[in-house]
Ligand binder design. Structure first.
Ligand code: ADP
Ligand code: MG
Length: 346
């Protein structure tokens, strides 16, 4: 197989090993517009059942509450922000907004959940069918002239407000990471130490499977191929942002859902970024951030966000990785020499 087809991207779970089947539980749920697969090993079947029920309840409200254009908590916050009226939010939402604001600052603003109004201009907030057009450039210029960002949010305990005009918070670049972290917390609270949660290719693992590390595959953004496998340590999350998840084609150009807040347009230099980090929120935000940061800039942004494991496939299919990622990738019989090592050693 040519290396071209072995380029990296979304992370898929490789077949797990078969020993000790009676302790292993697999559950598939549909949530956040994706398939969520939970694989866990528990000595106590009651603990497994309780944890899965709790996860199902959590996820059933999550999409409503964390979707900017729905009728849940985030939508209510956005309505308040539009009217210049502070809104009382739950401790969970306040905490996620704090984390999002910190990660945005670390990223130098390439990750910015304050892009909600821009996402809406592009139509990526809804399934708007096949006849898609890019927005009027004048509308993008008008947004850029104000450029509201999450830095404009004031978070005083549970009271959230803003002085900025046109600020609309879209947590789409970080919410899946938060949901995955919550699932892991629920599992641990129920005494489950060995599990992997896979939300449409974005995943997080705890413990091991029969003493062997959980192994995942990193998939190509264009071909049904796997670049390599990685073993995840206890608690590690692997997230990918790609140009193939939500996009439309316009005059031969692929216009996708990851937007550069400084230009108002989709970032064009990258196909996919895969990141391994210590938690889902950081991994999810960093994958989006490094996608936007692009060539030259991504290693610095990764360092600032505390992320050491990165794999990037650029628009021409060229593969770059940090030394730490390159060293952890098991390439099977595919030649790894074509992965260009860039960035962090520290
Ligand atoms: P996905 O969740 O589809 O795998 P990402 O985690 O990269 O992909 O999130 C992309 C989503 O984040 C977009 O659909 C949009 O809602 C939001 N978004 C787009 N551009 C940015 C940005 N520069 N910073 C923060 N969020 C963004
Ligand atoms: Mg993301």
């Amino acid at each position: 197989m040519a290396l071209r087809t072995l380029v990296a991207a979304s992370v898929a779970l490789l077949a797990a090993c078969a020993a000790d089947e009676d302790r292993v539980v697999e559950q598939r749920l549909l949530a956040m517009g994706t398939q969520v697969d939970i694989t866990l090993a528990a000595a106590d079947p009651d603990a497994a059942r309780d944890a899965l029920a709790e996860i199902e309840t959590m996820l059933s409200g999550y999409e409503r509450d964390y979707y900017a254009w729905g009728d849940g908590e985030l939508a209510r916050l956005n309505a308040g922000l539009q009217e210049g009226r502070p809104v009382e939010v739950s401790a969970e939402l306040a905490e996620l907004l704090e984390a999002a604001r910190r990660l945005s600052e670390q990223s130098g603003g390439v990750f910015d959940p304050g892009v909600g109004a821009l996402v809406e201009l592009w139509g990526f907030h809804a399934d708007t069918g096949a006849e898609r057009q890019p927005p009027d450039p004048a509308a993008i210029d008008a947004w850029l002239a104000v450029r509201p960002g999450i830095a404009d949010l004031t978070i005083g305990g549970s009271l959230v407000g803003t002085d900025a005009d046109g600020l609309l918070i879209d947590l789409g670049g970080i919410a899946k990471g938060d949901a995955v972290d919550r699932m892991i917390r629920i599992l641990r609270r129920n005494g489950i130490d060995d599990a992997i949660v896979n939300a449409g290719g974005d995943l997080r693992a705890i413990g091991s499977r029969d003493g062997r590390a959980w192994r995942i595959g990193i998939q190509s953004p264009r071909a049904a191929a796997i670049l390599g496998a990685v073993e995840l340590g206890d608690g590690e999350a692997a997230f990918t942002s790609g140009d193939y998840e939500r996009y439309f084609d316009h005059e031969g150009e692929r216009l996708h859902h990851i937007l550069d807040p400084t230009t108002g347009y989709p970032a064009t230099h990258t196909r996919a970024i895969s990141v391994i980090a210590a938690d889902g929120v950081t991994a999810d935000a960093a994958a989006t951030a490094l996608f936007v940061a692009g060539p030259g800039r991504w290693p610095d942004v990764a360092r600032a966000m505390g992320v050491r494991h990165v794999l990037r496939v650029d628009a021409s299919g060229r593969i770059e990785a940090t030394r730490q990622m390159r060293d952890r990738l098991e390439l099977g019989d595919s030649p790894g020499a074509d992965i260009i090592v860039v960035g962090s050693e520290g």
